[in-house]
Ligand binder design. Structure first.
Ligand SMILES: [Zn+2]
Length: 442
């Protein structure tokens, strides 16, 4: 179907009313005089409600990658692919993929999706909202007789919570050492991939190369409380923050707590406490969204009547801006040196993890923004503090994400909840962003 026919067939849908609070002219972002399409929201929420019983235990949702509950979740998901006419296949990494052909064979696929595995004692919304949302988008397009020029591929990545295993495989970033790691289910990733229908011996067949895709979009719950607090409906994700972990070893001198005068101590715990305060103040003193956390401290000898001789602590540093991450890496080293001098201790800082920020593509963000505007949704641009499959896809394709509010900002918890209307809003934005991407990209 050519572009003109597409417009004709979609003209029948122009009767779909715009929301009353749609700003004048906002629909232009999607294309002249076309009202936005809608997914079948009741159906989508029905799937989510049914899925809530898969892997549900007294302590939460337990669909950890490669577990029996994960397999049951994938079987449930495969049925949804089939019912949507998506003719699913499982790639060699174990990802589930379905496809709607486009009208122009020369165009690259638009890829949308998320994951259906969970953390231990997690909730039912982290992953399934975006996975089922993507299936619903494809099904709605078919039912509403809208044919895209591009192929539309729907993906459900395997074992996202175990370290974005499926999406990393799809960009060729899985090493043999990764495959030998033991997943939360107790199986190695190598065993797990086989179990879900993949084939580790042919893992490279699952790879997508840079430039293979028109774009990647992922709908996801926010997993934080910014949208709810601001009273906004949609988050347009500017990128997924980069992450650095440091292990800091502070060495002083263990000595008697009763006989050592206060001015003659080399107290590693005191130095650690000063460091914790200084790191917090340094980050808060610079405008922006940098976050730094000292989450673990091991004190030795950890005894009531001995001045601590050594403390090993960790720092978790995140920002969307790589320059800020570099800045604070240097700043923390400087702070350590200053506190070391003041407390007669030494600081040894080692970097253990370093993940670069994944920046969203401005075009893809504009399609999402335009779709949300046409639907009359309030929204803001924001970073994602949590990791997602989208961060891997950003290495090979223009990427952006759609966030919907998490009630109370709670996630990775059985209390995780996103209101049904917000789920539908997110899927509606995804649907119209796909259409915008189809029109705009080559
Ligand atoms: Zn997730």
């Amino acid at each position: 179907m050519k572009r003109r026919t597409f417009l004709q067939s979609s003209a029948a849908l122009a009767a779909v009313p715009l929301l009353r609070n749609t700003p004048p002219g906002a629909a232009l972002a999607l294309g002249a005089s076309q009202a936005p399409l809608r997914v079948n929201g009741a159906r989508l929420n029905g799937w989510l409600a049914k899925f809530d019983s898969v892997g549900r235990t007294p302590t939460g949702i337990n669909r950890v990658g490669y577990s029996d509950a994960d397999l049951a979740g994938r079987a449930f998901t495969l049925d949804l692919f089939r019912e949507a006419g998506l003719n699913p296949r499982i790639d060699t990494a174990g990802n589930i993929l379905g496809r709607l052909d486009g009208t122009d064979r020369s165009l690259k696929p638009i890829l949308i999706g998320s994951h259906v595995d969970s953390v231990t004692d997690g909730g039912n919304f982290d992953g399934p909202v975006g996975s089922f949302g993507a299936i619903e988008v494809a099904r709605s397009l078919r039912e509403q007789n809208v044919r895209l020029r591009h192929p539309l591929e729907v993906v459900v990545w395997t074992n996202e919570e175990g370290g974005t295993v499926g999406s990393r495989s799809a960009i060729g970033h899985i090493t043999p050492a990764d495959l030998d790691k033991v997943a939360r289910s107790g199986k190695t990733i190598r065993e797990g991939i086989g179990l879900v229908g993949g084939n580790v011996a042919k893992l490279s067949e699952a790879e997508r190369k840079k430039g293979d895709l028109a774009c990647y979009m992922e709908l996801h719950i926010e997993q934080g409380g910014l949208l709810e607090k601001a009273g906004l409906q949609i988050g347009v994700v500017e990128g997924i923050v980069g992450l650095r972990w440091f292990e800091v070893t502070i060495t002083g001198f263990a000595n008697h707590a009763g006989t050592t005068p206060m001015d003659q101590r080399q107290d590693a715990m005191l130095a650690a406490a000063k460091f914790a305060v200084a790191v917090n103040e340094a980050v808060r003193g610079v405008p922006g969204r940098t976050v730094a956390t000292i989450g673990r401290m091991v004190v030795s000898p950890n005894t009531t009547n001995v001045i601590p001789g050594q403390v090993v602590l960790t720092v978790d540093l995140r920002d969307l801006d790589a320059a800020k991450i570099t800045h604070f890496t240097d700043r923390f080293a400087q702070i350590g040196q200053e506190i070391g001098t003041a407390t007669k201790t030494t600081f040894d800082i080692k970097q253990s993890v370093d993940t670069a920020p994944a920046i969203s593509d401005p075009k893809v963000m504009a399609w999402i923004d335009g779709a949300a505007a046409a639907l009359g949704f309030t929204r803001q641009r924001m970073p994602s503090g949590a990791g997602h499959d989208a961060q891997e896809m950003s290495r090979i394709a223009p990427m952006a994400m759609i966030f919907v509010p998490s009630v109370g900002g709670i996630s990775h918890s059985p209390k995780e909840f996103t209101k049904p209307e917000d789920v539908v809003n997110g899927a509606d934005v995804l649907l119209n962003a796909v259409i915008a991407a189809d029109r705009a990209s080559t």
